[in-house]
Design a protein around this ligand. Structure first.
Ligand code: B3K
Ligand code: ZN
Length: 863
């Protein structure tokens, strides 16, 4: 057990830095287990005080400290596990330090570490302090010059900015010097050294400057970076066209590494990516991989303005860069791939990750006011809900004023570290509106529930709408205030004809009433169109209205939503022991009509066909019985598979692509529908469907179809699946990113024996918990996406997760902490399950030497 309770950090305690560091010169002498780092810092006192200089530093072996050229003796500086402190410093001075670090022994993957024999860094949020002593906080902005020296085996020596010098040295060594002219906080520092292949290209910016673009990857992999390069160029042009933002350096580099704690990192001019979000080709990447690569390349690139040029004053303002940048990447992806399907995918993700977070003990506001470990706050709330807040702002003030406000923000805050208040003030200044009520979206946690009642007055040809909002208490916030909720709605009649085009009604108080005049026929309300606010909508409309919306709503998002709501009700009714067989048939029939609709795109139909996921259903059905939900969902799938069998087989056969592979959204949409049809057919596992799945798997000429086939075989189970798994492994055993998919597929297997298989896989020679991708492929996929087996009544699934958390925590606390959340949902499950989940959380909090990261989440999860 931890003997000290980690102390929270509070937004209210923010004070400006005591010292500023204008210039930083770093000198790296690279050795895998004994790297020397010299730092020369030009420091000045900030404000009128005489406090000592205190710099962050952890896991550093001190070599020397000198002030204005004079070495400091032991009594003149204090060094402890977290700080270097120097008393009585002048108002302006140069501090020179030298430390030694051990990149090879760094398995937490924060600071400077080795991945695949290469040096790389990860400094956000607080990794720079593991490289050298520094004011490791985002509001200290410095100009960096970095000299990197190493053995020539480390062929490329990279850091931020522009290369200003390089050359050979005696003894088989070489060096490079980099200068970044843009002041930046140290969390944006990056260094990479190693043998890499490079894919090169260039782009002429809006003002006519030529920017060199380089993507560095494992030797032999350059062709797999082509899609990322194409995405980068499209992102750069898009940011010019849509936000007027031009790239600022002469060089933009991306490096792909295998060992990375999360997706990617926006270091100035030198983005570092998890290779799973960068490398793609037809044979090894799925369409989902392509889609993510496009989105994440854009995201990290967009950070150049929203994050790098303008950064956060403190880590409480994280959504200032993250929510805004997610909003920007979602807008980009929508422009690239279609706004309806993009919106559906974004909302699915929001519900799956953020709504469930908000419904549990880890619920927190988009801008939290306290944290223990900032690493724990890179959450769906900061990112996804943070993006929703920007989206609502744009809807409320309109596109033109949104753009004006953004322009003002870029103008006013370029080169600074700032706050969410300062951001919102820009929109107040351009619109003259009072956005104080809107600000509550940043400070109040929880998902509002909006209830709508619609009463049609036939005689008066008017519809009376009554909308109420309510947000349940969340930890630390017992009382909730009403929020301004943009509610986009329209009306159609029972034959699907438009009665009223979309209007945005803003719900201000707890209750909002509106009389819509001139409604000629009995209307069907299409509410919360396009998911205009991140809320749960509940209405008393009958199921027949849902069918009207499903077939005819001009708002395609709501068409999809209507299908999801109908399916959800049918599944939950059956899970509660009251199957509505007539309703299920009706649903299957309606889906058949939707599939036949020639005007709808395949990508949209694929989304329509997928039933709400089991985790999403469990959030709604509290207290949830995962086994009952799984069975009920499978029953509906089976009914659809039987009812739509001919239709699905026809689709599956007809959508086969004969031509050359293309990763385009359109081709991906056809593959998505074909694989969705097959996945549904797997719910009716007769010989013909089995043959079809086997044939699909064996004939696959791209990874999307291979995984689609493998998944269908997994759902049908039996020898076919075992054989396919063995073949797949044999074929791909030398491709780590593909083997991750092999682990993922088994982790998702909901069949009875799957838990034993998952437990056994941790002993597989290809399993390595030190590689975050591999760990997540098995453990996180299992805990998050396989509720039927994770919630095994024996508690073995929970025990497995807790064991993995404790084991990983000994070397990589931030990755271990990200595994805690599934256990945190204990209160939403049946009491017997909840008690077993709690017991594992308790076991975790009592473990010796637990990290602050895991302690914070596990103890909060216990409530
Ligand atoms: N800014 C990084 C996330 C850093 C996570 C640190 N624990 C990636 C991104 O959001 O673009
Ligand atoms: Zn980001």
């Amino acid at each position: 057990m931890r003997t000290d309770t980690p102390q929270p950090i509070r937004l209210a305690d923010y004070t400006p830095p005591d010292f500023l560091i204008d210039e930083v010169h770093l000198d790296f002498d690279l050795q895998p287990s004994a790297t020397r780092v010299k730092a020369r810092l030009q420091i000045r006192r900030n404000g009128d005080h005489n406090r000592p200089l205190r710099l962050n530093g952890e896991r550093l072996t001190p070599i020397s400290v000198a002030l204005d050229g004079r070495a400091l003796g032991d009594s003149e500086r204090q060094i402890d596990a977290e700080f270097l402190t120097v008393q009585g410093v002048p108002n302006a001075f140069t501090l020179e330090t030298e430390v030694q670090i051990d990149p090879d022994g760094n398995k937490a993957l924060e600071g400077l570490y080795m991945s695949g024999g290469r040096f790389c860094t990860q400094c956000e949020a607080e990794g720079f302090r593991k490289i050298t002593w520094f004011a490791d906080r985002p509001d200290v902005l410095s100009r960096f010059t970095v000299r990197v020296e190493g053995d020539k085996a480390f062929q490329h020596l990279l850091s931020n900015g522009n290369l200003i010098d390089s050359g050979e040295l005696p003894g088989g060594r070489h060096f490079a010097v980099w200068n970044d002219p843009f002041p930046k906080p140290c969390y944006l520092f990056a260094l990479v050294a190693g043998e890499l292949d490079v894919l090169e290209d260039s782009l002429v910016t809006m003002s006519g400057r030529t920017v060199a673009l380089k993507i560095f990857v494992d030797p032999g992999m350059a062709s797999r970076a082509e899609y990322a390069m194409d995405s980068l160029k499209r992102s750069m042009k898009w940011d010019e066209e849509v936000f007027g933002r031009e790239y600022d350096l002469d060089l933009f580099m991306i490096v792909a590494v295998r060992d990375f704690n999360f997706g990617a990192m926006e270091n100035k001019g030198l983005n570092i990516f998890n290779s799973s979000l960068l490398l793609a080709d037809q044979a090894t990447a799925t369409d989902l991989d392509y889609e993510r690569i496009e989105g994440v390349v854009a995201h990290e690139y967009f950070h150049n303005w929203t994050g790098d040029r303008i950064t956060c004053r403190d880590w409480f303002q994280l959504c200032l860069k993250e929510g805004l940048t997610v909003f920007r990447d979602q807008s980009f992806s929508g422009d690239m791939r279609g706004h309806v399907t993009q919106r559906i995918k974004d909302v699915k993700m929001l519900r799956a990750r953020q709504f469930s977070e908000d419904a549990g003990p880890l619920s927190h506001p988009v801008r939290p006011s306290t944290y223990v470990k900032i690493d724990n706050f890179y959450t769906a709330t900061i990112y996804e809900k943070g993006a929703e807040v920007i989206r609502m702002l744009k809807l409320l003030i309109g596109d033109a004023d949104f753009r004006k406000g953004m322009d003002l923000y870029f103008d006013r805050w370029d080169g600074h570290a700032t706050t969410v208040e300062a951001f919102i003030q820009c929109f107040v200044d351009v619109t003259g509106r009072d956005l104080a009520p809107f600000f509550a979206w940043y400070e109040q946690a929880g998902t509002p529930k909006v209830t709508v009642e619609a009463v049609y007055d036939e005689a008066a040809k008017a519809l009376d709408l009554t909308l109420t909002q309510e947000t349940a208490p969340t930890p630390g916030q017992p009382d909730k205030q009403p929020l301004p909720i943009p509610f986009a709605f329209g009306l159609i009649d029972e034959d699907g004809r438009v009665l009223k085009d979309t209007e945005v009604l803003v719900l201000e108080g707890e209750k909002t009433q509106l009389r819509v005049e001139g409604v000629e026929r009995t209307p069907v309300l299409s509410g919360l169109r396009g998911f205009s606010a991140p809320v749960n909508l509940s209405s008393d409309a009958p199921a027949k209205d849902g069918y009207v919306l499903l077939s005819s709503d001009p708002d395609l998002f709501n068409r999809w939503e209507a299908g999801q709501n109908l399916a959800r009700d049918l599944i939950l009714t059956r899970a509660a022991g009251h199957p509505d067989e007539v309703g299920e048939e009706r649903y299957a029939e309606a889906m058949g009509r939707a599939l036949d609709d020639q005007s709808a795109e395949p990508a949209f139909k694929a989304l329509l066909l997928a039933l709400p996921s089991e985790p999403d259903l469990a959030v709604i059905a509290a207290p949830a019985d995962p086994a009952a939900i799984h069975e009920a969902r499978e029953a509906l799938r089976a009914r659809m598979a039987v009812h739509l069998g001919d239709n699905l087989r026809r689709l599956h056969g007809g959508l086969q692509d004969a031509g050359e592979f293309s990763p385009s959204a359109e081709a991906a949409g056809r593959r998505a529908l074909r694989n969705a049809a097959l996945e549904l057919l797997a719910a009716d596992p007769h010989a013909d469907n089995r043959d079809r799945a086997r044939g699909h798997f064996q004939a696959a000429n791209n990874m999307t179809d291979a995984i689609g086939g493998l998944t269908a075989l997994m759902l049908m189970g039996g020898d076919d699946f075992d054989e396919a798994l063995a073949d797949f492994y044999e074929q791909w055993k030398n491709e780590p990113l593909v083997i991750d998919k092999w682990f993922q597929t088994q982790a998702r297997d909901p069949s009875d024996g799957a838990l034993g298989r998952v437990l056994g896989l941790t002993a597989h020679p290809a399993f390595d918990a030190r590689t975050p991708n591999r760990l997540r492929a098995l453990v996180s996929t299992f805990a998050n996406f396989n509720p039927a087996r994770f919630h095994d009544p024996s508690g073995a699934g929970y025990r497995f997760l807790a064991d993995q958390i404790l084991m990983v925590d000994t070397f990589n606390p931030s990755v271990a902490a990200r595994l805690v959340e599934p256990l945190g949902a204990w209160a939403r499950y049946a009491p017997e399950l909840g008690a077993l989940m709690r017991a594992e959380l308790e076991r975790i909090t009592q473990a010796p030497n637990l990290s602050k990261n895991v302690y914070e989440l596990a103890s909060k999860a216990l409530g």
